[in-house]
Design a protein around this ligand. Sequence first.
Ligand code: ASP
Length: 322
Amino acid sequence: MLLIANYEGRSGTEQSAKLLAQRENGLRAIIEGIKIVEANHDIHTVGLSSWPNMLGELQLDASVMDGNTRRTGAVGALRGFKHPVEVAYSIMQELSHEILVGEGAERFAREIGAIISKNETETSIKGWNNFIETTLTHEQQKNFPNIRLLDIKNTAIDPEKILANSVQDQANEQAKPFDTTVYLSIDHEKRISSATSTSGWAWKYPGRLGDSPIIGAGSYADSRFGACACTHTGEMTIRAGTARSVVLYLKMGLSVADAVYEAARDLADLKTGYLDEVTIHAIDKEGNYKVVGLNSSEEIRYVVWKPGMLIPEIKSAEIINL
Ligand code: ASP
């Protein structure tokens, strides 16, 4: 058995580890952990109290994958529900589709009785107000929202990270403009699973999907070989098909570390478009794991649990610059 999660997801890892130890289905175990992260209002990039899009609307993405069946469920740009990851799981369970977005996803969530939630909070709205006040011209503010949004610069991805001044509880990663929670597991029956949940980027263009709901980009699981999930620049992992690539490299016989390095080289070969850092989390079917931060300027931490550990442990990822 094994659990790997990114640091953003640490608040749910004890629950997932407990369920894995109790021989729960691994996909259900990681969903239960992610639900704790989604309900955590101190994390502003997953679920409740996340940073909204340019219009001040909070649109959430999530996905699940069962590596035994390779069935997936994903939801994109979902508004008004507490647990996008549970909606994604229900898409996998209830529909013959693999992904729903926007209004259709919201209709589906209502039909299955998903928990309704007003996810925008005082803090997330305050951050968005600050973005509007510091980024839009006087004219744009006067006419907002009837302006060309594409003329607005997304300050969340600026080096100065204007967002860092936008909230009072900015002390640490709580003020990060983007992140996700990603979990990977191997359960007692050797089922390998992956799941993700995110609000994507702060102040994103409305309707923007990152890699978290795109199976093969932000996550992939195949019980025959292993699993992978990525955080940070989804615009890059979508183009490189990173999560699927890692699992394919495992299938081709590479070690988990070499599979991740190979996928990192694919990312580093991208020379146009928005380029920034990517963290790749990967496991193989033997329970080996590797987490690498590509072009990260800061320490990248992640969480690991396996049988014998009383509680999940925090480790530092290898940083590579290519
Ligand atoms: N990968 C996520 C996205 O692009 C964001 C993140 O993990 O930082 O939506």
